[in-house]
Design a protein around this ligand. Structure first.
Ligand SMILES: Cc1ncc(COP(=O)(O)O)c(C=O)c1O
Length: 407
């Protein structure tokens, strides 16, 4: 075997040990920048062990500690260990799902994962994408090709990837007002017979869910369920997304609430055969047409999802999602009961928006130690945003750190 592919067992063991050490909580969960690399591309290499050593500080010690008990901030879960193993396997074997020749097994796994998940959304097929930004783009591309849409209409709180997709596709974008709870106001919709209506299931800042039955006259209805889509797997919370099955397409990020490592998401279609035919490009060197935005792509997302869903089953995934909902409700209760903090509103889908009653949110956040929240501008003011996506997070610890940080 070429030495590039003959991984020394002691280096593997040392790398895994180093990884495990980096998961032990250190005082400050935020990412720190400690990258010391040569300014100019070195002519001679330092060897694999030394290169790993040099990068370890930045990649391991400098990484945001998503698994830290004080980290309740972004839509980025710590990745379960079963997905580290599949990620290592897929990186090492480097299959390409573009061709059957180089990825038949991985393609079959991707198709199976899509088949497992599609019924929860009332869709009949789809494919994986590296994120919901691309899932939204792919869905709106299909809307343009099949639905002939000439406008994209979405609430003022739609994710940036929605206007971005419209711009890429050369379609006019129109934003419509939402109510005080950040839900699209169906009364603000005009005729939609030439439009793709994008409804959001879990807005990025506050987690609001648009009325998913709005705009039935639209030429295409797409639900951006990047964040809250996984609630469909929960017997207790699936009703929050009732109506999603009436959509023409759905986007969902598995690297958010299905706890997958980046990059992992799905675009699903009510009529996937038709959508895929519209998004297919053939060429002489391809045994089958290339479907969707990506050309070459790897097996990591399909493998991680398959492993997690097999290991835990639907029920195990739902237990984890339900626990995050409970965690968000616990933080909301603690904040609501504290005189020095204000709760923006009850969390609809696991995102708690809150702030100090008498001090600037950014100032207090900068003084927080041993816990971390994100910041979001909501209704013109800055608020803390605590996304429940970390099974280790302790809401009492997060609130205590904020209390401690008050000037
Ligand atoms: C509602 C919504 N849609 C789309 C996206 C984009 O998803 P991704 O980050 O997976 O590209 C996000 C990301 O935060 C989101 O919150």
């Amino acid at each position: 075997m070429h030495p590039d592919h003959d991984l020394p067992a002691d280096l593997l063991a040392a790398s895994v040990a180093r990884l495990r050490d980096s998961l032990t909580p250190r005082p400050d969960p935020a990412s720190t920048v400690s990258v010391e690399l040569p300014q100019i591309l070195p002519d001679g290499g330092i060897g694999e062990a030394a290169a790993l050593e040099q990068l370890a500080d930045a990649l391991l010690t400098g990484a945001a500690q998503l698994q830290h008990p004080g980290f309740m901030a972004h839509m980025d879960p710590p990745a379960p260990w079963i997905t580290w193993i599949t990620a290592l396997w897929t990186a090492a074997l480097n299959q390409n799902l573009l061709h059957d020749d180089t990825g038949a097994a991985a393609r079959a796994i991707e198709a199976q994962v899509v088949d497992w998940l599609k019924p929860f959304f009332g869709m009949d097929g789809g494919h994986l994408t590296p994120g919901s930004t691309l899932a939204n783009l792919t869905a709106l591309w299909a809307a343009r090709e099949i639905g002939g849409v000439r406008r994209v209409v979405a609430s003022e709180h739609a994710h940036v990837s929605v206007p971005k997709s419209a711009a890429i596709l050369g379609i006019r974008y129109e934003s419509v007002p939402a109510d005080a709870a950040h839900r699209l106001d169906p009364a603000a919709l005009g005729p939609l017979d030439d439009a793709a209506l994008v409804l959001t299931a879990g807005t990025t800042a506050v987690g609001a869910v648009d009325p998913l039955d709005a705009g039935v006259d639209a030429a295409w209805r797409h639900v951006d369920a990047a964040w809250a889509g996984p609630l469909r797997l929960s017997a207790s919370h699936r009703g929050v997304l009732d109506g999603i099955g009436g959509a023409d397409s759905v986007a969902m990020s598995a690297h958010k609430w299905l706890f997958q490592p980046k990059e992992s998401a799905l675009v699903l279609f009510a009529d996937a055969g038709r959508a895929h035919r519209a998004l297919a490009y053939g060429s002489g060197y391809l045994a089958r047409p290339n479907v969707g935005v990506l050309g070459s792509h790897g097996a990591a997302a399909a493998a991680g999802l398959a492993a997690s869903l097999l290991a835990w089953g639907r029920r195990g995934m739902a237990v984890r999602i339900d626990a995050e909902i409970e965690r968000s409700q616990q933080l909301a209760r603690l904040v609501a009961a504290h005189p020095d903090f204000v709760l923006w509103g009850q969390p609809a889908t696991g995102i708690v928006v809150w702030r100090p009653a008498h001090y600037d949110a950014a100032l207090v956040r900068s003084r927080m130690r041993d816990a971390f929240v994100s910041l979001a501008t909501v209704d013109g003011a800055q608020w803390f945003r605590s996304v429940a996506a970390n099974p280790n997070a302790d809401p009492e610890r997060v609130l205590a750190a904020a209390v401690e940080a008050l000037p």
